[in-house]
Each structure stands twice: as C-alpha cells, then as structure tokens.
Design a protein around this ligand. Sequence first.
Ligand SMILES: Cc1cc2nc3c(=O)[nH]c(=O)nc-3n(C[C@H](O)[C@H](O)[C@H](O)COP(=O)(O)O)c2cc1C
Length: 346
Amino acid sequence: MILDSATALLRLLPAETAHKATISLTRAFGGLVGAAPPPDPRLAVRVLGRTFSNPIGLAAGFDKNAVVPNRMLRFGFGFVECGTVTPRPQQGNPRPRLFRLEEDRAVINRMGFNNGGMAQAAVCLAHRERRGIVGINIGANKDSADRIADYKAAFETLAPYADYVTVNVSSPNTPGLRGLQGRDELTQLLSVLTAARAELAPTTPLLLKIAPDLDMQALDDIAAVVSASGIEGLIVSNTTIARPDTLKSPEAKEAGGLSGAPLFEPSTQILREVKKRVSPSLVLIGVGGISTGAHAYAKLRAGASLVQLYTALAYEGPGIVQRLQRELLACLDRDGFNTVTDAIGK
Ligand SMILES: Cc1cc2nc3c(=O)[nH]c(=O)nc-3n(C[C@H](O)[C@H](O)[C@H](O)COP(=O)(O)O)c2cc1C
C-alpha cells in the first residue's frame, strides 16, 4: 500500500528524476520493507546451472550501477540484471532523455549508457551479500576505439561477481553498437568473450541481448553464430526504434528506444522466430512489454525459460512482481500445467 502510494507520487516527477529518487529511496529504506514471501515452488526454473525461485526478473537499465540488486530481489524477483556497465564511466546523452508515454503505457529512452563504469560497479558488487541471482549486463563506451576490447575488459572485471553476464549489442542509443549483431563482428566478439571466460570464469554463463528490429536474415545469422559460439543464451529483446501507428502520446516522436506495452507483440514474435532457429538447449529470456502474468506466460510458451520487465515496474511499482506470480500460476492451472517448466515452449 505504502509502496503503491510512493510509486503514484514518484510518477508526478519528471521521468529521470523519479528514477533517481526511486534508486535513492530503495537504497535508503528498501531494507525496511518486508521481503516478499517465498514464491510457490511450481514457479521454480532450473537453467544456466542455477535454480531460479520464479521466472520473473528485473531487466537491465533499472539498476545500471549495481547499487540495489539485493533490495530488488526482496520484492520477489527471481533474478536481477544490473547494468549496462561500460569500462569507463560516462555521462550518457544530454537531458531530457527519458520520456513517459502515459497513454501508451510505454517509455522512450535515449539514456546512452550513463553509468559509473566497471570499477565502481565492481566495488558495489564486491560488497553485496551474495544471495539471489544477479546478472551483469556489459557494453562498450561511446567513444571507444576498440569496442570488442571494451566488452572483454568489462567481462574480466565483472564476471567474478555475476551469476551470468549479458553482452548487450542491441542498445539503439550508442551509435554503431547494433552493428555488432552482424555475422562477422558477432563471431569475433563472442570468440573473444568465450576465450576470456574459459580463462577466468569457466562456469559463468554468457548471454547475448538482441534488438527486436532484426529481419529474418539477421536472425538466421545470429542463430548460426550463437550456436557455434558456445554461449548459453539469448535475451529477446531490447527496446525498439520502430514507432507503431497506434501510439497516442505526443512524446512518441522522441528519438530513442521504445519499451512497454507496444513492444509486447513485436518482441514476442521475434522470440518465436529465434526459438525456431536455435537448439533446444539454448536458454531464452523473453523481455518486452510484460505487465501481466498472461504476458509472462505467453513468452514462456513461446520458448523463454525466464522473463524480465522494466517499464511496467516504473508504472506500477514493486507490487507487480507478486501479482505476476499469482496470475502466472492461474494461467498454469487453467491450462493444466503443473509447473512453469512444463509450460516452456509448449
Ligand atoms: C530507461 C530504460 C533504460 C534501459 N537501459 C538498458 C540498459 O542499460 N541495458 C539494456 O540491456 N537494456 C536497457 N533497457 C531495456 C530493458 O532492459 C528492456 O529490454 C526493455 O525495456 C523492454 O522491456 P520492458 O518493455 O519491460 O521495459 C532500458 C530500458 C529503459 C526503459
């Protein structure tokens, strides 16, 4: 109740101010909020060498500097992904760069990987009491002369603290970054990272996060490269640069990546296309427009073993996590599945 009221008040602030305040309040007072009760055991998923208490995770971008992962886990998330973290600190794009599209239950952001850099994130993560599952999402600095070297450096610094590492090549807000999704560059990037992983952190799963704005040829290429690379999974998807005609909010014309409700259908469609192209052992995480248990369930049935959300949390507050768990259980009951695992890809 208090959290719902706080979320409603924060929504009166400009979007980026509200986000900063949310992180500060969560850091200062999050420990006073009672931890969510343990989720129903039927929601547990075992993948990536870990047991996830439930499949609903917090997507990257909320906790870019890895300041509050344990606080967010207390709200009931099955896992939390921090980042994107780049090797060196950077300011990101000029403000304003974050826009609420209230009428569309969506957000447009062009933050541009604002973050405190890998050394600062490593300090935060080193002080974290290690419980719950925390992934770290890594990227390249905007002014990097060697992007692949940036990913390698971030991996080497942060992998020791991560339950999995996500290679983010799909942000639309760093010019040229999405070019790393192409066949040759991706092959090179993943071979550098799998070699670094073999040296340093052989049991740390590597996942690649892709854009929803890829054509079928690009998906064929990514599936082939990923299958040959030995990485464990794909996160589908990041925000979209597309602007559906249905958008009503005046902010819809802002440049950047669109997330939230209008991303649900396209990102789920790309997830289905990816599922057709990869081996059953590759772990898929479905992201994009999830705000109900039915949305999470649709991504699971499309082949995702886990899901993530961000935008709906900004609109609704942390109570969303337990609501989604309840609704997901109702979907399982309705369709005669005993556990989440039984429903994956069915
Ligand atoms: C304000 C904002 C910042 C984001 N920053 C990142 C980021 O740093 N790295 C990343 O991989 N994804 C980032 N994302 C994308 C989300 O992780 C997610 O893929 C996308 O928003 C779709 O999920 P949603 O519709 O539930 O928000 C960001 C999204 C938003 C709204």
